[in-house]
Design a protein around this ligand. Structure first.
Ligand SMILES: NC(=O)C1=CN([C@@H]2O[C@H](COP(=O)(O)OP(=O)(O)OC[C@H]3O[C@@H](n4cnc5c(N)ncnc54)[C@H](OP(=O)(O)O)[C@@H]3O)[C@@H](O)[C@H]2O)C=CC1
Ligand SMILES: O=C(O)C1=N[C@H](C(=O)O)C[C@H](O)C1
Length: 242
């Protein structure tokens, strides 16, 4: 039975993943939270999942790498430096990083890429997300993942096209850019809308999360899959065959 270790085990996602591990018939290797040493869990677990905080990622990757244990990184709010650390770790261990482990969002990313490729740059892309009042990062990891998918569909990268929320006299919209707006409130699990706005018509592709178990089930599925993979960097689409 595969033993899964959780970095961020006492948090909202950590608790949901603990339930999902049991439901999947897998084994919980243990959990680590703020102030704990991540190294022992990396040696006892067959595979790790990280749903904690960006500032802990470097230590979590180092522990996983030292132990030769694969890791699913679900933590969001990552910087370009974090992405480089993930690339480096993936030289030695299997790493899967994604801003959203749900089946629905993974498929939505494919649809967004396809729509962006077919519609062309005169269709403006805007991404709106809403999350619970406790969320600390914006735009959400999912919004950025969807923005990256739209940028790819346009043969570009999000770094070149990204415009974060507007305020004041910002001027008219530049063609081809991808705009983001983040709302926070209540207990919203995670809503995302990708809006393609053309002349006289609009297409909206939406995903609504009703329950955190959608992310937890996906994280466990990814972890069980990753436990058998050689070193490398993987995506949720690899797990789901999408
Ligand atoms: N990829 C995906 O599908 C999803 C990603 N997420 C992301 O997962 C992350 C966690 O979300 P959520 O569970 O809601 O957040 P919470 O704040 O509820 O939980 C975070 C957990 O991380 C722990 N933590 C903090 N610092 C460290 C550290 N240095 N080492 C180990 N653990 C630490 C916290 O411990 P303590 O309480 O002791 O500080 C807490 O248990 C966020 O980045 C969120 O955006 C969320 C949902 C889905
Ligand atoms: O913090 C959350 O709750 C969520 N975070 C992820 C993100 O940043 O996109 C995924 C999901 O939307 C919930």
């Amino acid at each position: 039975m595969t033993a899964i270790g959780i970095y961020g085990s006492a948090g909202r996602m950590g608790r949901a993943i603990t339930d999902a591990i049991e439901a999947a018939g897998a084994q919980l290797a243990g959990g680590v939270d703020a102030g704990d040493d991540p190294a022992p869990l990396a040696t006892t677990a067959d595979v790790l999942v990280d749903f904690s905080t960006p500032s802990a990622l470097e230590a979590h990757l180092a522990a996983a790498r030292a132990a030769g244990t694969g890791i699913v990184v679900g933590t969001t709010g990552l910087s370009p430096r974090h992405q480089s650390l993930i690339d480096e770790a993936a030289l030695d261990i299997a790493v899967l990083q994604t801003g959203n482990t749900s089946l629905g969002v993974t498929l939505l990313g494919i649809l967004v890429r396809e729509a962006a490729a077919r519609l062309g740059p005169d269709w403006d892309v805007e991404i709106v997300e809403m999350h619970h009042r406790h969320k600390v990062d914006a735009p959400s990891g999912t919004a950025l993942l969807l923005g990256e998918a739209a940028a790819k569909g346009r043969g570009s990268s999000l770094a070149e096209l990204r415009v974060d929320s507007r305020a004041g006299l910002v001027g008219s919209r530049s063609e081809g850019t991808i705009g983001f707006a983040s709302l926070r409130g209540g207990s919203v699990i995670g809503d995302h809308s990708v809006i393609f706005a053309g002349e006289g018509e609009r297409i909206e592709l939406n995903h609504r999360g009703d329950d955190r178990s959608i992310f937890a089930r996906g994280a466990v599925r990814a972890a069980l899959w990753l436990a058998d993979q050689p070193a490398g960097r993987y995506r949720m689409g690899d797990v789901l065959g999408l």
